[in-house]
Design a protein around this ligand. Structure first.
Ligand code: OGA
Ligand code: MN
Length: 209
């Protein structure tokens, strides 16, 4: 896959920045190139088939039983160099990070990201992405990887906005970006397997080195 450069391949950068500045969140459908979405979905499924997805944890030190009552997804953290598609996605996220720093002075230092697979019926209860014991997460980014998602299949990302609930369907190629510390959200159960890439831009740690 060729290297993907903004803005030609990623024209949604500007509206994402504008939305974050004005309302703290953004939803862009068809934000990722179709070939990249398909390649990432294939990689996520291959990793699942190989048994290399792990149960996700919740904060730190929580037991397995508690975790499954809160979130039912399985994950794989991305490492640079693991695949052409993953590197293309990390490259796009770096374009977004630089743009956010340049235009909104957010001081975002790095990006951490994992594949997430929710089996049918799995959910993630209402939460904030900034943990009490880790205040580095500043901006959350979720990219959806399922083709042909239908509303009756469920699986929405429910944003708990000040003005009320807003549901976003996990449609392949769409992106949701929001301020991690401010926007409570949850994943509703779906009738089919739900694939995403969930990541966080982080600021420099504020604690002692
Ligand atoms: C998360 C999360 C949302 C989604 O992993 O923290 O909120 O739509 N994911 O997958
Ligand atoms: Mn979350």
């Amino acid at each position: 896959m060729r290297r993907m450069n903004a803005p030609a391949d990623f024209p949604q950068l500007a509206p994402i920045v504008d939305d974050l500045a004005s309302q703290g969140w953004s939803h862009q459908s068809l934000a990722l190139p179709a070939e990249l979405t398909a390649a990432l979905a294939g990689e996520c499924r291959a990793r699942a088939a190989a048994g290399s997805l792990e149960p996700a944890s919740v904060g730190r030190g929580d037991g397995q039983q508690l975790r499954e009552g809160i979130r039912g997804d399985r994950i794989h953290w991305l490492e640079p160099g693991q695949s052409v598609a993953s590197d293309a996605y990390l490259g796009l996220m770096d374009e977004l990070r630089e743009r956010l720093n340049r235009e909104l002075y957010l001081g975002l230092e790095d990006f951490e990201c994992h594949f997430a697979l929710y089996p049918p019926g799995a959910f993630y209860q209402k939460h904030l992405d900034r943990f009490r014991d880790d205040d580095r997460r500043a901006v959350s980014v979720v990219a959806y990887l399922n083709a042909d998602w239908r509303p009756e299949q469920g699986g929405a990302l429910r944003l708990h906005l000040a003005e009320g609930e807003h549901d976003v369907l996990p449609e392949g190629g769409s992106l949701v970006v929001f301020l991690s510390a401010e926007l409570p959200h949850e994943v509703l159960p779906a009738s089919r397997e739900r694939l995403s890439l969930t990541g966080w831009f982080r600021r420099r740690g504020s604690g002692p080195l």
